[in-house]
Design a binder for this molecule. Structure first.
Ligand code: ADP
Length: 613
């Protein structure tokens, strides 16, 4: 049993040690503040220990018949007389209380400030780390859960550091100090007082372990709830269209009920632990009084000594009560801290290799050499892809959906790395360059345009941070967007709804083309940019795309026949393999899969490729 308990104590510690070690650099930045607060804390503890002493003097010297000031043995006080001494001692009491309050104030404020600084820094680090984690991580992670980590997990860590950990350190140190003084006063009484400690430690460790388990699973459940909420609210259109509300509500409320149960259980355990400590305090006080009074009667100690003892005992047990009260919170904070570390310690799969250099201004030649790729190790999506593109060439990637076209272009953006082969831009391996320096030189227009809840101007400027107003307007004109932007209530300053909700699909797409255009990048990727647009919008977007891609190396993934016919080179991709390649005319003459697809598409009109599925 004992072995099991010590193991559980050890099991709880690594979490805290791991958190402290990981955040040591941030903590050391607050060194001065932390040291000053610690000094104030030590002063507070010393004054706390001093508190019962004026009372002892009053009991032992003033309240005894035949008061003799000399018996005090302190020259300054001996000359005061009874009334003077009483006044001095009571004033001393006030002075101690005042100084202790001041010291406590500075230690609490100082530590709270330090904790806030540290955690604000950690939050920024966490946010920027999340932004840089690879897509493969984000595809697997749940958005709501990640948001909980950035917001409430950090907040909990801050709250608990200030509200639980700091008082706990203070109280524990006070406890150590008091035990020293008690043993110095009378070892036998001190032994009786500390006799209940092992019992206390035993109970606390047992209950703490259980509280920690309950809290951890409660926290995970909260993450799951946030994920469900974020997912369903993010896709509310689909949820309502498919009438999934009930199903989602059920799953949410199941988690919610379970979380309530766990929270009640944790509270029950913590409350039980607290009551038990109170009982132990009662027992210890009774034992000390029982033996102490006998000692006083035998004149082995003075009544004042006994008073100091009982006083210390009550103060000494306070940290224990606090320990019991805050165990749950500390366990919660440890769980939160570990959840934050789990994210921070995830290394992005895609990052700059050691010695990566800034990419030079690209001309735009691209070469895929025997590139293979898989999202999951067992399931290859691309097999031995070799593609050679000259600067300024327009490439169309066609084929049945799910064939791997989008995957291919995301490799060029280095959202993922190939598992075999290499991708060269202007003759240099993509991986030898700094990630940002490559991505900056590639413009992207996707089917699902993402606009941010910011002004139109800013949304365009995100393509090239710091762009001038003229450059933004030029890009908007190129994208056929200037006229409709000017017709918006506040022109370029109009703030868009979340995800650009206030604009039509075609308008959103043209803003995203302006965003791509402002980069003036040598390489342009268009992934189904006109899908879902009506004819009129499609014409405007096509015009904008023609201008955007003029004399730039362009990769188009599209079902748009016009875009495909105009391409300099067409690659027909199916099941992750390039089955045919050539110009439109060559491929029609070849009369293979592309030709079949094209003919079929021409008959059906616009829409999904249907053959080859
Ligand atoms: P296309 O663009 O030709 O329609 P994609 O490149 O989107 O094809 O997808 C190719 C294959 O990769 C599909 O089978 C798809 O299910 C799979 N796939 C796409 N994205 C992911 C992902 N993030 N994780 C796992 N599999 C994926």
């Amino acid at each position: 049993m004992a072995a099991k308990d010590s193991k559980s104590l050890r099991a709880a510690l690594p979490g805290i040690v791991r958190i402290l070690r990981r955040f040591a650099p941030q903590l050391s930045k607050q060194k001065t503040l932390l040291i000053a607060s610690f000094v104030a804390l030590m002063a507070e503890i010393f004054l706390h220990l001093l508190e019962p002493w004026p009372l002892k003097f009053i009991f032992d010297y003033i309240l005894v018949p035949g008061f003799q000031p000399q018996s005090l043995g302190i020259p300054v006080l001996s000359g005061l007389g009874q009334f003077g001494l009483l006044t001095a001692l009571t004033l001393g009491l006030v002075a101690i209380a005042l100084l202790r309050a001041t010291a406590a104030y500075f230690s609490v404020v100082g530590m709270a400030l330090a904790a806030s600084h540290v955690l604000t820094e950690i939050r920024s680090e966490l946010y920027s780390h999340l932004q840089n984690l690879s897509l493969s991580f984000h595809h697997k992670a749940k958005t709501g859960d990640l948001i909980t980590r950035v917001t409430s997990d950090i907040e909990r860590l801050r709250e608990v550091t200030v509200m639980a950990v700091l008082p706990l350190i203070a109280h524990s140190l006070t406890l150590v100090g008091m035990i020293f003084v008690m043993f110095w006063l009378h070892w036998e009484l001190a032994l009786i007082a500390v006799a209940v400690f092992p019992l206390f430690v035993f109970c606390t460790i047992r209950l703490t372990k259980r509280i920690r388990q309950v809290v951890r699973s409660q926290r995970q459940r909260e993450g799951a709830m946030a994920a469900t909420a974020a997912e369903s609210i993010g896709a509310i259109k689909v949820v309502q269209a498919l009438s999934l509300q009930n199903m989602l509500e059920n799953s949410f409320s199941r988690h919610n009920r379970q979380s309530l149960k766990e929270s009640a259980k944790a509270q029950r355990l913590a409350a039980g632990l607290e009551r038990m400590v109170e009982l132990l305090v009662g027992i210890a006080t009774a034992l000390v009084l029982w033996r102490g009074v006998q000692l006083v009667l035998k004149q082995a100690i003075t009544p004042g000594d006994l008073l100091v003892f009982v006083n210390y005992l009550r103060i000494a047990f306070k940290p224990m009560r606090q320990l019991a009260k805050y165990t749950g919170q500390i366990a919660k904070a440890t769980a939160s801290g570990e959840r934050i570390l789990d994210v921070l310690d995830t290394v992005p799969d895609i990052r700059d290799v050691r010695g990566a250099t800034e990419a030079p201004p690209l001309r735009g030649s691209v070469r895929f050499e025997n590139v293979s790729f898989a999202y999951e190790p067992t399931n290859r999506i691309l097999h031995n892809i070799t593609v050679e593109v000259q600067p300024g060439q327009r490439i169309a990637l066609v084929g049945p959906s799910g064939g791997g076209k989008s995957t291919l272009v995301s490799l060029l953006l280095r959202l993922y790395d190939p598992i075999e082969g290499q991708i060269l831009v202007d003759g240099g391996d993509l991986r030898q360059y700094k990630l940002q320096s490559i991505r900056r030189q590639i413009s992207v227009v996707l089917q699902d345009t993402i606009l941010f809840a910011a002004s139109v101007r800013d949304n365009i400027a995100y393509g090239c941070l710091g762009a001038s107003d003229e450059a933004i307007e030029k890009a908007a004109r190129l994208a056929n967007a200037h006229d409709f932007i000017m017709a918006l209530p506040e022109g370029y300053e109009t703030v868009l709804g979340e995800r650009g909700a206030t604009l039509s699909g075609g308008q959103r797409q043209r803003i995203s083309i302006a965003r791509a255009a402002i980069r003036q990048a040598a390489i342009v990727i268009l992934d189904e940019p006109t899908t879902g647009l009506d004819n009129e919008n499609e014409r405007a977007v096509n015009e904008a795309l023609d201008r955007l891609t003029h004399k730039r190396t362009t990769f188009v993934v599209s079902h748009n026949l016009r875009a495909i016919e105009q391409a300099d080179l067409i690659f027909y991709i199916e099941n992750g393999r390039i089955l045919e390649q050539g110009t439109h005319k060559q491929l029609l003459r070849f009369n293979g899969r592309y030709a079949a697809m094209y003919t079929c598409e021409k008959q059906v009109g616009s829409g999904e490729w249907v053959l080859g599925r």
